[in-house]
Design a protein around this ligand. Structure first.
Ligand code: SAH
Length: 222
């Protein structure tokens, strides 16, 4: 059996190094302290499948079944940072997956609403939230392309699968002053991580942050 010779301290060092490497793209050489604290607190090993435990503290994606992956920790930290969350904020996440990003967000704000279309992944994530005693996460099984109107508007929205365009329902469900963070496929340029800001007058400003590689956001099953 492979031994796990890494721990969360190594993971945090790797994220900090990756942030420094990419500082020209992301415009800073350190991420928000609260985000890094959350990354050090949430036990990633609880979100990684049993047989891949030795990858739990690697700064890379790991398969979680159903053709999906738990995202690279550096990207999870960066996207959380780009949301610019305050403790009183309410956030919508599309693509619960393993629930790891959801748990990080739950450390940073008042309430997280998370939508996942694959029933088994959502149920597994819900079980993890229960075991880890998260009380501020609400989940829904369905197509997140349409957001989650019932609890809108949100202070921040994060999509953890790559869309072909920015879904209009998500823009509509974002509060003025809020951020939408989403990977968007740009044909032969691959995918771009975008930060979409809604200003107080409802205007939209998009910023292209970094090239990324996400599984696709499924657009057409509802
Ligand atoms: N943040 C997750 C990433 C999981 S991968 C983690 O770190 O574990 C992206 C997830 O988005 C997958 O679980 C996939 O099933 C889900 N997904 C893709 N399209 C979706 C859609 N239209 N609505 C809801 N979830 C979707």
């Amino acid at each position: 059996m492979a031994t796990i010779n890494r721990n969360v301290t190594h993971l945090i060092e790797d994220i900090e190094r990756e942030v420094r490497y990419t500082q020209n793209y992301i415009g800073k050489n350190k991420l928000d302290k609260r985000v890094m604290q959350a990354m050090a607190t949430v036990p990633r090993e609880k979100f990684v499948p049993e047989h891949l435990q030795y990858h739990a503290f690697d700064d890379g994606p790991v398969p979680i079944g159903y053709g999906q992956t738990i995202s690279q920790p550096y990207i999870v930290a960066l996207m959380s940072d780009l949301l610019d969350l305050k403790p009183e904020h309410r956030v919508l996440e599309i693509g619960t997956g393993s629930g790891y990003q959801t748990a990080i967000l739950a450390q940073l704000c008042e309430k997280v609403f998370s939508v996942e279309r694959i029933v088994e992944l959502s149920l597994q994530a819900q079980e993890r939230f229960k075991q880890l005693k998260y009380k501020n996460i609400e989940t829904r099984i369905g197509n997140g392309y349409h957001g989650w109107q019932e609890h809108a508007p949100y202070d921040g929205i994060i999509v953890t699968a790559a869309a072909t365009h920015i879904p209009q329902p998500l823009i509509d469900q974002l509060k003025p002053g809020g951020n939408l963070v989403i990977p968007v496929s740009a044909s032969y340029f691959g995918q771009s991580l975008m930060q979409v800001k809604k200003d107080l007058a409802g205007g939209i400003e998009t910023k292209d942050i970094l090239s990324v590689a996400f599984v696709p956001l499924v657009h057409d099953d509802e």
